[in-house]
Design a protein around this ligand. Structure first.
Ligand code: ADP
Ligand code: ASP
Ligand code: MG
Length: 456
C-alpha cells in the first residue's frame, strides 16, 4: 500500500480533479490510500468567513459563503458521473447549509474560539474528500470515503491539535487498512476529532502530516506528497524563482527545511515517516512524469555542500539585555519559562555576554511576553525580519561554508548566526527587505554549478 496526498492546487478545479483521478488510476496496482486538502484556497476563505461572522459582518460572511458554495458546485458537478450529480449537489448543499447556521451562530455569540475556528475550517476537507471520492468513480476507481474525524484522534489544542498516536494508529490499522486492501480509501487531510468527538485540526498545511499519519498507521511502503512544484527546490520559488529540483534528501535535512519555512512540506510530516522508516516523495500533480524529490533515512552522497536554502518570513526578533545577571544561574530558564507560559515557540536563539536574542513567528502574545520579561531585563523587539537557513548534511564536514555564505551576501546586515547541534544547517537572520537579494546571492554561490544529485 502507498499513501498519495494531493494539496489544494491539485484539487482546485474540475480539470485538476480529473488529473488526480488519472494519476491515482495509473497506480492502482500499488493499492493507494488518498488524502486530500481542501479545494484551492478554501481554507483561507473559510477562516475569513469565520472572522467576518464573529466580528458582526454578517452580510460579508454570507456573501463569501455563497461564492464558496457556487465555486464547489461549479467545479465538482462536471467532475463526477452524470448519475452522481444529484449526490454531489446534495453533499455540497448539506455542508453549506450547516456552514450557514454556524456563521449565524458566530454572529450571535460575537466571538471566535479556537474550537469554532476548527468547526468552520474543517468543512474544506470534509467537502473535498467527499467530492474527490465521487470524482474517482467517474474513472471507474472503486472508492471508499472515510471521515478522518473517526480515525485521527487528537488532543484538545484546537487549531494546532496534536494527534494521539497510539489511538490514531490503532484506528487506522483496524478501520482504514482492511478497507484500503479492497478499495481506494479517500480521506480529508488536516482534520481530526478529540476523544470526545469534537472536530479539531492539525494546523495550517497539516494535510501532509495527516498523510504521514495514515502512512504510518496502515503500514504504507511510501508516502507521496503531490503538489504544484517539481519537488523540493534548491530555494523557495516565491523568493528566488529558478532553483533546481533536489533529487534526494535525508529525513533530517527535510525536517530542517520544513521547519525553517519550506512550505512544500509540513514540518511534522517527517516524524511518522522516520518512526516507521517510510520513504516520502514530493511530486508535481501537473507533471506526474517528473521524478520529484525522494526523502529517506539515508544520506545520499552529493557534491553540493548545500541541498537547499529555506527562509521564514515576517519573523520578530526579541532582544533581551541584562548587564547584571545574564550568565547568572537560572536567567535563561526564566526567559524560556515566559515564552513557554504563553505557548510561543522560539525558532533561533543567540547569546552574547550581555544579551540574548530570539526569533518568534507567532506574535499574538508578544505584548504580554515583553511585559513579563521587563520585570527582570531590558527588552526591545524588531519586526519584519527573516530567517535564512542553509541545509545540507555536507555542511558538517566541509570547512569554509560560513566564509563562503557571508562572503556572498556582501552588503546585507547578517545577524543571529547559529548552527544547531546536528550541524547540518547554517541559520541567520536578515531584514525581510534584503531577503531576495541575500537568497539570490547564496544561490549563485552554492548552486552556480549544481552537482547532478541536486540538479536532477
Ligand atoms: P499544497 O497545497 O500542495 O500543500 P503548498 O502551497 O503547501 O502546496 O506547498 C507548495 C509550495 O511550497 C510551492 O508552491 C512553493 O511556493 C513553496 N515552497 C517553499 N519553499 C520551497 C522549496 N524549497 N521547494 C519547493 N517549494 C517550496
Ligand atoms: N487545507 C489546509 C490548509 O490550507 C491544510 C492543507 O492544505 O494542508 O492549511
Ligand atoms: Mg501544503
Amino acid at each position: 500500500m502507498i499513501v498519495m496526498k494531493f494539496g489544494g492546487t491539485s484539487v482546485e478545479s474540475a480539470a485538476a480533479l480529473e488529473r488526480v483521478a488519472s494519476i491515482v488510476k495509473a497506480r492502482l496496482d500499488r493499492r493507494p490510500a488518498v488524502v486530500v486538502s481542501a479545494m484551492g484556497k478554501t481554507t483561507n476563505k473559510l477562516l475569513s468567513i469565520a472572522a467576518d461572522a464573529a466580528a458582526g459582518r454578517r452580510s460579508a460572511a454570507l456573501a463569501q459563503l455563497e461564492d464558496l458554495r457556487s465555486f464547489h458546485l461549479r467545479e465538482a458537478e462536471p467532475a463526477v458521473l452524470e448519475q452522481d450529480r444529484p449526490a454531489v449537489r446534495g453533499i455540497i448543499e448539506e455542508h453549506f447549509q450547516e456552514l450557514g447556521e454556524l456563521v449565524k451562530g458566530l454572529g450571535l455569540v460575537g466571538e471566535l474560539s479556537p474550537r469554532s475556528v476548527d468547526a468552520i475550517s474543517s468543512y474544506g476537507e470534509r467537502l473535498s474528500s467527499a467530492i474527490v471520492a465521487l470524482a474517482f468513480r467517474r474513472q471507474g476507481i472503486p472508492t471508499a470515503h472515510v471521515d478522518s474525524r473517526n480515525v485521527i484522534i487528537t488532543d484538545g489544542h484546537h487549531t494546532q491539535a496534536a494527534p494521539l498516536l497510539s489511538r490514531t494508529y490503532a484506528l487506522l490499522a483496524d478501520v482504514v487498512a482492511p478497507l484500503a486492501r479492497e478499495k481506494v480509501v479517500v480521506m480529508g487531510g488536516f482534520i481530526g476529532s478529540t476523544e470526545r468527538g469534537v472536530t479539531s485540526t492539525l494546523g495550517r498545511g497539516g494535510s501532509d502530516y495527516s498523510a504521514a499519519l495514515v502512512g504510518a498507521g496502515i503500514g504504507a511502503k511510501e508516502i507521496q506528497i503531490w503538489t504544484d512544484v517539481d519537488g523540493m527546490l534548491s530555494a523557495d520559488p516565491t523568493v528566488f524563482p529558478g532553483g533546481h529540483r533536489v533529487e534526494a534528501i535525508s529525513f533530517a535535512e527535510a525536517a530542517e527545511l520544513a521547519y525553517f519555512g519550506a512550505k512544500v512540506l509540513h514540518p511534522a510530516t517527517v516524524l511518522p515517516a522516520v518512526e516507521k522508516n517510510i520513504p516520502v516523495l514530493i511530486l508535481n500533480s501537473k507533471r506526474p512524469e517528473a521524478a520529484g524529490t525522494r526523502i529517506t533515512a539515508e544520506t545520499t552522497s552529493c557534491a553540493n555542500v548545500i541541498k537547499s536554502i529555506a527562509c521564514k518570513h515576517r519573523i520578530t526578533v526579541v532582544n533581551i539585555h541584562s548587564t547584571r545577571m545574564l550568565m547568572a544561574h537560572g536567567f535563561l530558564k526564566r526567559i524560556f519559562e515566559v515564552f513557554d507560559r504563553h505557548q510561543t515557540p522560539v525558532d533561533v536563539v543567540s547569546t552574547s555576554e550581555v544579551s540574548v536574542s530570539m526569533t518568534i513567528d507567532n506574535t499574538a502574545r508578544l505584548a504580554v511576553i515583553c511585559r513579563e520579561l521587563r520585570e527582570f531585563a531590558e527588552v526591545d523587539t524588531e519586526e519584519n525580519q527573516a530567517i535564512v537557513c542553509l541545509v545540507g548534511e555536507n555542511i558538517r564536514h566541509t570547512p569554509g561554508v560560513a566564509a563562503r555564505a557571508f562572503g556572498a551576501t556582501g552588503g546585507a546586515n547578517i545577524r543571529m548566526i547559529s548552527q544547531g547541534a546536528s550541524r547540518l544547517n547554517l541559520t541567520f537572520v536578515v531584514a525581510e527587505q534584503d531577503l531576495p537579494k541575500v537568497v539570490g546571492a547564496l544561490h549563485d554561490e552554492f548552486f552556480g554549478e549544481p552537482a547532478p544529485a541536486v540538479s536532477g
